[in-house]
Design a protein around this ligand. Structure first.
Ligand code: HEM
Length: 152
């Protein structure tokens, strides 16, 4: 049950970050000011209201699953989780709020693009960290071969 919760919430979290990331790049390269504002607003709502609970559930269920386990892969997953959370709370959420506010009133000045660059960098970092946690999760559950199971 907890494994299922972990699996589903982890997939939702990764899908959210990947969607926000690609939608942002596409709309800012090819979209109008209006479509940029729409994407920025959708990232805030319902985006963050899906992403935040998904990350909380992934972390919570992950630590619950980890209670009965030890090893290098688990240690590495545990170490990455605070960075994922801090990056989200301290960088991604404030960036999403500011970008939505500025885009909604048509402010696309230098500070918009600086904050946008910071958000993309933090988003890419979290995608990589979550991807590594996913890879190690699959290694532990043996889904894609158990080659990494020697994790003592
Ligand atoms: C955003 C962070 C995380 C992501 C994306 C993630 C992703 C995954 C995925 C995809 C699996 C494989 C599930 C399957 O077999 O279908 C998994 C398994 C697992 N994860 Fe995570 N995980 C994350 C955080 C954590 C944390 C913080 C812990 C605790 C240290 C953890 C502990 C585990 C354990 C113990 C398993 C093996 C479950 C089993 O099959 O018995 N995960 N994880």
């Amino acid at each position: 049950m907890i494994t299922l919760l972990h699996r589903i919430s982890a997939q939702i979290a990764i899908l959210c970050i990947a969607t926000f990331f690609t939608a942002t790049i596409f709309v800012e390269l090819f979209g109008t000011a209006e479509s940029i504002a729409t994407v920025k607003s959708l990232i805030l709502w319902p985006g963050l209201f899906i992403l935040i609970p998904a990350v909380v559930l992934t972390g919570g269920s992950g630590f619950a699953l980890a209670k009965s386990r030890s090893g290098k892969l688990i240690r590495q997953k545990k170490t990455r989780m605070p960075f994922i959370a801090a990056n989200g709370i301290l960088v991604l959420i404030p960036c999403a709020i500011f970008l939505d506010q500025w885009a909604s009133v048509g402010v696309f000045d230098i500070k918009f693009y600086v904050v946008q660059a910071v958000e993309l960098l933090a988003g890419a970092t979290n995608l990589i960290l979550m991807g590594m946690n996913m890879r190690d999760g699959f290694r532990m559950s043996g889904r894609f071969g158990r080659s990494g199971l020697n994790n003592g």
